[in-house]
Design a protein around this ligand. Structure first.
Ligand SMILES: [Zn+2]
Length: 279
C-alpha cells in the first residue's frame, strides 16, 4: 500500500458495459491494469441501486488483476458500497437493505459502506419526499451495520443537514463529489464528515470548490474519480476511469501549495480511515 485511493468510482458491469456490449469482464481487467500503472492501489466501487450494488460487490470479491507479468504487482484492491442513489429513490430502500444483509452475512469485508444515497434537487429524478425517506432509511442502515455512509448532495444542503441532524451523522460519513463552497464544506467538517473531491476541482469555473479544498484539512480530504462520469481536465469529455485520479490529486495539490505525493498519501490515509479498510 502507498499509492492512490479512488474513494468513489463505478467500475461495475453496468457502467463499463455501455460502449462495449458483452465485453464487460475483460474491459474491467484493462481498466484495473491502467489504474495500477497510474499508481492507484485501492478503490471503492459504488452502488446506485440493487443491481449495480450487487455488481459492485462482485468487483470487490474478484481476485486483483496481476500487472506486468511475473515481475509485476497486483492491481488495485477493491471494496464495495451498497446503496440507492437519490435519482432512484422512488424504488424505496428496502431492496438495498435486504441486499446489505445478504452480502454482509458472507463476513468477508467486501462491503464497507452504505450509499451512494442522499438528495439531488437539481435533477429531481425522484420526488423530494421519496428522496428524503430513502436517505433517512440508509443513514439508519449505516448506523445499524456500523458502516461508512456515502452521500450524494446537489442543491439540497439545508434538507441534507436537517435529515442528518435528525438521524445522527454516522461516525464515518463521506460527502462525495463535493460541489459546494467554503460555507458548505465548513458545515460538513463541523458535522465530522470526510469530504471527497472529484475532477470538478480541475474545471475552470470551479473556483468555489477550490476554495472549499483550501479549507479542508488533509485528514478529512479524499479524492475520487466518480468514473465513468466527470473526467478531469485534460481528459474532460472522455469516459472517466480510476487511472485519471492523479489529475484530481494534482489539482488539489496546487490549491494546497504542496507536492502531489503529500496529497496522495494524505487522501489515501483519510480514505482508509473513512472506509475502515486498514489491513
Ligand atoms: Zn457516484
Amino acid at each position: 500500500m502507498g499509492g492512490w485511493f479512488d474513494s468513489h468510482c463505478h467500475v461495475q458491469e453496468k457502467y463499463l458495459g455501455g460502449d462495449h456490449p458483452g465485453d464487460g469482464e475483460s474491459d474491467l481487467d484493462r481498466v484495473l491494469e491502467r489504474a495500477a500503472s497510474a499508481g492507484i492501489d485501492r478503490l471503492v466501487c459504488i452502488g446506485t441501486g440493487v443491481a449495480t450494488s450487487r455488481q459492485a460487490v462482485a468487483v470487490a470479491r474478484r481476485e486483483p488483476v496481476s500487472v506486468g507479468g511475473s515481475g509485476g504487482g497486483r492491481g488495485p484492491r477493491a471494496w464495495a458500497s451498497i446503496g440507492l442513489h437519490p435519482h432512484e429513490a422512488s424504488e424505496g430502500a428496502d431492496g438495498v437493505a435486504r441486499l446489505l444483509e445478504e452480502e454482509l452475512a458472507a463476513g468477508d469485508g467486501a462491503v464497507v459502506a452504505v450509499g451512494e444515497c442522499g438528495l439531488d434537487y437539481y435533477y429531481e429524478h425522484s420526488p423530494r419526499d421519496a428522496q428524503r425517506a430513502a436517505f433517512a432509511a440508509q443513514i439508519a442502515l449505516a448506523h445499524t451495520h456500523k458502516l461508512a455512509l456515502v452521500i450524494h448532495a446537489r442543491d439540497a444542503w439545508d434538507d441534507l443537514f436537517d435529515i442528518l441532524g435528525a438521524e445522527g451523522v454516522p461516525e464515518r460519513t463521506v460527502l462525495h463529489c463535493f460541489t459546494g463552497g467554503p460555507e458548505e464544506v465548513d458545515r460538513c467538517l463541523r458535522g465530522g464528515m470526510f469530504v471527497s473531491f472529484s475532477g470538478i476541482v480541475t474545471f475552470k469555473n470551479a473556483g468555489e470548490v477550490r476554495r472549499a479544498v483550501a479549507r479542508c484539512p488533509l485528514d478529512r480530504l479524499l479524492v475520487e474519480t466518480d468514473s465513468p462520469f466527470l473526467a478531469p481536465v485534460p481528459k474532460r469529455g472522455q469516459t472517466n476511469e480510476p487511472s485519471y485520479l492523479p489529475f484530481v490529486g494534482a489539482a488539489v495539490a496546487e490549491v494546497k501549495g504542496c507536492d502531489v505525493e503529500t496529497i496522495m498519501t494524505g487522501s489515501a490515509a483519510a480514505a482508509a480511515t473513512a472506509f475502515a479498510t486498514m489491513v
